[in-house]
Design a protein around this ligand. Structure first.
Ligand code: IMP
Ligand code: MG
Length: 183
């Protein structure tokens, strides 16, 4: 779906599909350099990271493995609850592996700070984080992020995997949700 199809629901288009692809290509080049000669396992955080994973993994000109975790930290609203639960765990044993967590957004940082220490306790060779978006003003936890696409203002955004109440994930672009939609 294109932003023009939900124009009235968006305050603006923050990043177009083309801008997102260009940014992921940049991030892929850094990842290729940093993990040269190492095996790499990408761990996607369901469901929001599906689009980032699909495009970032294909932008990488090397072999990677892909696995998924599902955690819940949000209800159906726009505010973080701070409570993290594993809904689906990895199928992969990560001990001795280089792990890169792939996510679409870091808001408060609660989810990824919890997830990073959870994965770190499984004795991997390394655990790093790559995220397309980050909201520095919303940070409640200091999370060490190795790859960031863009830092964005503290606004609720949708599209490219990001949802409001499970909608807008299939929007090609990323846009700021208009308050009337959730207000
Ligand atoms: P946290 O606050 O960093 O723990 O963010 C947890 C999750 O909240 C993210 O992975 C997203 O799924 C969701 N989230 C945070 N900010 C937004 C947003 O602006 N739009 C849509 N989902 C968001
Ligand atoms: Mg998410």
């Amino acid at each position: 779906m294109d932003a023009s199809s939900v124009q009235g629901d968006l305050v603006d288009v923050m990043f177009t599909e083309a801008q997102i692809q260009a940014k992921l290509a940049e991030m892929a080049r850094q990842i290729e350099r940093d993990y040269e000669g190492e095996e790499l396992l990408l761990v996607g955080v369901l469901r929001g990271a599906v689009m980032v994973m699909a495009d970032l993994a294909r932008a990488l000109d090397r072999h990677v493995e892909i696995d998924w975790m599902a955690v819940s930290s949000y209800g159906s609203g726009t505010k973080s609850s701070g409570v993290v639960r594993i809904l689906k765990d990895l199928d992969t044993d990560i001990s001795g592996r280089h792990v890169l967590i792939v996510d679409e957004i870091i808001d408060t940082g609660l989810t990824l700070s919890w997830l990073t220490s959870n994965l770190a306790s499984r004795d991997p060779a390394s655990v790093e984080i790559g995220t397309l978006l980050r909201k520095p003003e919303a940070a409640k936890m200091d999370v060490d992020v190795k790859y960031v696409g863009w830092d964005i203002p503290n606004e609720f955004v949708v599209g490219y995997g990001l949802d409001y109440d499970e909608r807008y994930r299939n929007l090609r672009d990323i846009g700021t949700l208009a308050p009337h939609v959730y207000g």
